[in-house]
Design a protein around this ligand. Structure first.
Ligand code: HEC
Length: 103
């Protein structure tokens, strides 16, 4: 019982840290999108008609989206795999999945 309590005490801060950095990554993703993606993906990814397609309600798989962000597409979209780490790209994926119509 004592051992279990000690283990929980040891694990709790690590979990809190992971939560915090995920929250931070989500905030960063908004900024990254605004500065780096939004000029091609109009309406912050909500609407079609820009250089890049609409991303809201994408039917693409997570794998496809992550791959497109990392590797881009020749002649269409730059690759960002060297610029952003995996956590940032996962946060961009969450950002895209959570897009809702603007009120
Ligand atoms: C220079 C303009 C440009 C920039 C900057 C850009 N994109 Fe794109 N993006 C495109 C174009 C064009 C396509 C369509 C590629 C194709 O023909 O399949 C695309 C496709 C995508 C797709 C796949 C959509 C689909 O359904 O096929 C995702 C996801 C995506 N972009 C995310 C991003 C993210 C995230 C960023 C910022 C890190 C970004 N893009 C920056 C132009 C851009």
């Amino acid at each position: 019982m004592k051992l279990l309590a000690m283990m929980l005490l040891l694990l709790a801060p690590a979990a809190a840290l992971a939560d915090e950095s995920a929250a931070q990554a989500d905030k960063d993703a908004i900024n990254i999108f605004n500065s780096t993606c939004g000029w091609c993906h109009q309406g912050n990814g909500r609407v079609a008609g820009g250089i890049g397609p609409k991303l809201m309600d994408s039917q693409r798989s997570d794998e496809f989206i992550v791959n497109r962000i990392k590797n881009g597409k020749e002649g269409a979209m730059p690759a960002f795999g060297a610029q952003f780490n995996d956590a940032q790209i996962q946060a961009l994926l969450r950002y895209i999945r959570n897009l809702k119509p603007e009120k």
